[in-house]
Ligand binder design. Structure first.
Ligand code: PLP
Length: 490
């Protein structure tokens, strides 16, 4: 911490949970539960008696002027402006905003926007840090280059294993958006099959699929979904019957409702009609088990930042025998000519490590998170007339999209935020402006309903306390909503 820095506040370490504990306090008979979830949410730091150190360093972060117990500790370059322990009961939070302040802000907040992005897993962070130390270009033949190559190929193996693919069929890209764009290529085919000439996408796809890749707008059509947000297989059959071989793109799970799509049934229909199936599995990855065999997909899109990997890394995985992919970026022969350009080795390494870690804990995490989601949903439903979208079909274990009469998503998101809870409106808003949800529209909801949809999505570090705090914030919000409704109808 910079010397003379101002302490913003001193917060008690009480109550939330006791995941990280100071060993000395525990031994000394202190109250370890005082070491709240605060520390668990600060992946940058580890906790010791009267000191917080940045992980990987032996140094304590110094206390500021309001931190007498820690004042004598010397400043640590590079670990500035985070937090310092006053004693084992209190933490001082410094006012300045820094690189790590974003993490520290999670300490006293509840993050329920995991479908938008996830925090970095420790495994990913370590892999990224190790990759930064490498100087070689993975295409170089010397020892430095080979070391970087090994890192890329290890990650490729991990991602391939996670979805039951072959390493040589994994193409690393800048994220899910690029993978979707690359997948939607006219001319794709199975070795002996006819090339696809048109594109059919479900109406609830992510914007990066709805954009159609390299298909002309006239060669693209939307497949209807049911009121529950599940693809209408009869409409798919009708569309396939009426034209040349098609590439069909259907997501495995929807990012807004969490509704899981029957992709194996879709694959059977598409293949019988001589087409190919692309599955955007970004939201399902790490949340439910699946692989190329169970989905029968020809191409699968993955994104690192939804599973605890870094933002800006993703992959397209091809099933064996799929041909005709045409690179967007040409030049070097990287990624077997499917994506030119020196590899983002830190991003790729982080992606591989996150994939490995996510797969190792998938089943246990999914069961735990489902329990929390159900508790949350049960609590929400105590408010009269709460509507949970897609609650009558299979859903991701971590997602609840809901609305209530009179609710405006924009207002509710801000209300939750002020209450310390990060949530999102059903319709993700990359522009910062909430747009009506095309997903709910496709499901047949009027815009007054869809504009009130709020998405709560949980993840591996979500706790029961988080759920209870969210419900507390919701009850407050719901009160104001009901009052507003009464005013409007008076
Ligand atoms: C279903 C789905 N597809 C694609 C994307 C885009 O992925 P990325 O953010 O890696 O570009 C997202 C991200 O929100 C998503 O949820």
């Amino acid at each position: 911490m910079t010397q003379g820095a101002k302490i913003k506040e001193i917060v008690p370490l009480g109550g939330r949970e006791s995941a990280s504990r100071c060993a000395r306090c525990r031994r000394g008979g202190g109250d370890p539960d005082r070491h709240a979830g605060l520390f668990r949410r600060l992946p940058e730091v580890s906790v010791r008696h009267n000191a917080i150190a940045r992980k990987g360093t032996a140094n304590a972060v110094s206390g500021g002027s309001a931190a007498p117990a820690a004042r004598e500790k010397s400043p640590v370059p590079g670990t500035s402006d985070l937090v310092s322990v006053v004693n084992c009961r209190y933490v001082a939070v410094k006012a300045a905003t820094t690189v790590v302040a974003a993490d520290s802000s999670m300490a006293d907040r509840v993050y329920l926007d995991w479908n938008a992005t996830t925090p970095l897993r420790q495994e990913a962070k370590a892999a990224i840090a190790a990759a930064w130390e490498l100087i070689g270009n993975p295409s170089s033949v010397h020892s430095e280059g080979r070391r970087a190559r090994r890192l890329v190929e290890d990650a490729r193996n991990a991602v391939a294993r996670a979805v039951g693919g072959r390493p040589q069929d994994v193409v690393f890209l800048s994220g899910g958006t690029e993978a979707n764009a690359l997948a939607l290529t006219p001319g794709l085919r199975r070795a002996a099959g006819a090339p696809v000439q048109r594109l059919l996408v479900s109406a609830i796809e992510h914007a990066s699929v709805l954009a159609g890749g390299r298909f002309a707008t006239e060669a693209t059509a939307a497949i209807h979904v049911t009121r529950a947000g599940v693809i209408d297989l009869n409409h798919l059959r009708a569309l396939l019957a009426d034209g040349p071989p098609a590439l069909v793109s259907v997501m495995l799970a929807n990012n807004e409702t969490g509704a899981i799509q029957p992709v194996a049934d879709v694959a059977a229909i598409v293949h019988a009609a001589g087409g190919l199936l692309h599955v955007d599995a970004i939201q399902a990855f790490g949340k439910i088990p699946f692989d190329l065999a169970s989905t029968q997909a020809d191409l699968v899109t993955l994104s690192a930042h939804k599973i605890g990997g870094p933002k800006g890394a993703g992959a397209l995985v091809l099933a064996e025998g799929v041909e005709g992919l045409v690179a967007f970026l040409r030049g070097g022969g990287q990624e077997l000519g499917r994506r030119a350009g020196t590899e983002n080795i830190a991003g790729i390494a982080g992606f591989g490590a996150a994939a490995k870690a996510a797969m190792a804990v998938l089943k246990a995490d999914a069961a735990r998170v489902r329990g929390l989601r159900d508790r949350l949903e049960h609590g929400l439903r105590q408010t009269p007339d709460v509507l949970v979208f897609s609650d009558d079909v299979k859903r991701l274990p971590n997602t609840v999209l809901f609305t209530a009469p009179g609710m405006k998503a924009e207002t509710a998101v801000i209300g939750f935020d002020l209450g310390g809870i990060a949530v999102s409106s059903g319709s993700a808003c990359s522009s910062g402006k909430v747009q009506p949800s095309h997903v709910l529209e496709a499901m047949g909801y009027r815009s007054e309903v869809s504009q009130g949809a709020v998405r709560l999505s949980l993840g591996w570090s979500t706790t029961e306390t988080d759920v209870d705090l969210t419900l507390k914030a919701w009850r407050k919000l719901a009160d104001t909503l009901v009052k507003g409704e009464r005013r409007n109808t008076a």
